[in-house]
Design a protein around this ligand. Structure first.
Ligand SMILES: [Zn+2]
Length: 629
């Protein structure tokens, strides 16, 4: 009976739940800022009520205005005449029924029926959603849009853009969608992310050749080089062994960025991490260890074996990458050279043992090529992209700050970087390839800081929207995906519009404490207080750096092993369908752009219909010429 009670309870609107759990003594008038006395519990349900109320009150005291306004909303809900009547009735029923579970059950069932008939409570969702016409019209419109997709976009993709949300698993996408809506004052669930608007979605299997749950290096090799590889390695096949320098040679695999460059396209890399981090590095480096950022991080054995650090490979492997933006300055400068932005912070000084200044070398090389090096937002935004052919932007010694902590005066956002990048790259009539990484979604999750992670995801979505404004689906294939997921989840039967960082509307029926909707399977958020799970209502769980509770203690939360979504729009986007291995992605992108290994369809009449206009145009011209002659 208790479990049935719980099941019914969770489907009740939040206001009614609160009313059920409300103690019978009068409330204070200042949104419950008065603390209640602790009482000994008599029955499990009653104890639950008290614990919840006590928790709520403590939470209001801790959180001040925010939680107070939520509590006031409940108060307003309860103060409507219809609700008051209902509450009075409910309170009477409850005062008797606490002696009898059966009676309570009956009361709740009746209450549910009343709610279904709309006699109680204020709607927690837009009024229009009660009307079947609303849902039918929406679905019919979606159906019409889907029918339009039967006419496939068979054009040749002049431009390719890959947005990679590091660690952006499907639960992260959904939670980011809700957050984005809530940031606009909506309830969030019905909001559309920019990536949601992409017409084709598929799933990618993310495992590495030697790992069921992958890392960002092996996966980057898959979605950039088209070959699955071992975890921890970039731009080398699975025949290479992590950290074994002598397994590099002969096992290098090239990336779609190189295929594009070889085909005469402009190419760019934009990331919120260091530019020599796992994701971007697979675009240009061949390295058996993702951590060999500069020679300082490499073992002597590897240096003696002739292996090169990743920062060096950025400038030496693919000559003249047109746009490079992100962090990682310190790996480009000689050891102990003070940083331009943080001259007094030793840890931000240069790291290179070979004393090379890779930035100065790049500046010298680009002197006559309209190349610009920038290290802050002001310099970046003062550039006229029409006058820039090559851009190196290194905005931090290591990774860029989280978007929530970004100094908007000095640090560019991902969206701003993407805009400048596209404006520079699109000048090339042969088109471009651009890799954009929202790299710190992953870091937020590793730290158990869901709020940071989700804001990073929202910012990447904003950048996707900006790219959409600057390109066209007629000639640009845009793909949005993730390298892997995380053990991040949200649940707990939260009500419609519940803040994504909020509490589930019930207490645990095991430890009688509240819990946040967002939780991690493992990570640093595991915490015991006096030998028991922490009562989250005693802390500010909406704070930017709050670490959500996890089931297993780990100093760093781990990746997740499930598939990730692949969103696609533009020429041949429909080839990204179904469930595929992750290394399929660059094969499709290259095919669509007529670069890389599979180009027969670009020169014959047998393949892509989109190439027909060109081929048939030539055929028509030849025919007319022949006739005229
Ligand atoms: Zn990670």
């Amino acid at each position: 009976m208790a479990s049935l009670f719980r099941r019914v309870f969770v489907f009740l609107p939040r206001g009614i739940q609160t009313a059920i759990l409300r103690p019978r003594e009068p409330e204070s008038s200042n949104c419950g800022l008065t603390k209640r006395k602790k009482e000994k519990r008599k029955t499990p349900v009653k104890a639950t009520s008290r614990t919840r109320i006590q928790g709520l009150n403590e939470q209001r005291t801790q959180l001040g205005e925010d939680s107070c306004s939520a509590a006031c909303t409940v108060r307003q809900l309860q103060s409507s005449p219809a609700s008051q009547k209902g509450m009075l009735w409910l309170s009477r029923v409850m005062s008797q029924s606490h002696r009898d579970d059966n009676m309570k059950m009956t009361a709740l069932l009746i209450l549910c029926s009343c709610l279904m008939l709309g006699t109680l409570g204020k709607p927690q969702f837009p009024e229009q959603e009660k009307d079947p016409k609303f849902w039918n019209a929406w679905a019919q419109q979606t159906l019409n849009n889907a029918l339009m997709l039967q006419k496939l976009n068979m054009n040749k993709a002049n431009n390719l853009i890959l947005f990679l949300g590091d660690g952006m698993g499907v639960p992260t996408v959904t939670a980011a969608r809700i957050l984005k809506g809530q940031m606009k004052g909506e309830s969030g669930e019905e909001t559309q992310l920019e990536m949601d608007k992409f017409p084709f979605v598929s799933l990618a299997k993310t495992y590495n050749t030697n790992a069921q749950v992958p890392d960002s290096a092996g996966t980057a090799t898959a979605y950039l080089c088209g070959v699955k590889a071992n975890e921890g390695t970039v731009g080398v096949s699975a025949a290479a062994v992590r950290s074994k320098c002598n397994t590099t040679e002969g096992n290098e695999v090239t990336s779609i960025l190189k295929w594009a460059k070889d085909a005469g396209k402009s190419v760019g890399i934009v990331t919120t991490t260091r530019v020599n981090h796992a994701t971007p590095s697979a675009a240009y480096a061949h390295c058996v260890d993702r951590d060999w950022y500069s020679d300082n991080e490499m073992p002597d054995e590897a240096l003696q074996g002739g292996c090169k650090d990743i920062a060096r490979q950025l400038f030496e492997n693919i000559p003249n990458i047109d746009v490079i933006m992100g962090g990682g300055r310190k790996f480009m400068f000689p050891k102990n050279k003070t940083d331009v932005e943080y001259p007094d912070v030793a840890k931000h000084s240069g790291t290179r043992k070979d004393s090379r200044n890779l930035v100065q070398e790049w500046i010298d090389r680009m002197k006559d090529k309209r190349g610009h090096y920038v290290w802050n937002k002001k310099q970046l935004l003062s550039l006229n992209p029409n006058n820039v052919d090559y851009l190196l932007g290194l905005f931090e010694p290591s990774d860029l700050p989280y978007d929530l902590e970004r100094n908007s005066e000095t640090d560019p956002s991902l969206t701003e970087m993407v805009e400048v990048a596209i404006k520079i790259l699109r000048k090339n009539p042969s088109g471009f390839y651009l890799l954009v990484e929202g790299g710190r979604i992953d870091h937020g999750h590793h730290e158990g800081k869901a709020k940071q992670a989700l804001h990073e995801a929202v910012e990447m979505d904003r950048a996707i929207g900006r790219a959409d404004l600057l390109t066209s689906v007629f000639d640009t294939l845009t793909v949005v995906t993730a390298d892997h997921s995380h053990v991040f989840s949200f649940g707990g039967y939260t009500t419609r519009g519940n803040t994504i960082f909020g509490l589930a509307p019930m207490l645990s029926d095991v430890d009688q404490k509240p819990f946040t909707s967002i939780l991690y399977g493992n990570g640093p958020g595991y915490k015991l207080v006096n030998g028991a799970r922490e009562n989250v209502s005693t802390i500010n769980y909406q704070e930017n750096n709050y670490q959500a509770q996890s089931a297993v203690p780990l100093s760093m939360e781990t990746h997740g092993g499930e598939d990730v979504a692949v969103f696609a729009k533009g020429p041949l986007a429909h080839l990204l369908h179904g469930v595929h291995e992750q290394n399929y992605i660059p094969h499709v992108m290259a095919y669509a752009a007529c670069i890389g290994q599979n180009r027969k369809h670009c020169t014959t009449n047998s393949g892509t219909v989109g190439l027909h206009p060109v081929v048939s145009g030539i055929v028509a011209l030849l025919t007319v010429t022949k006739l005229l002659c």
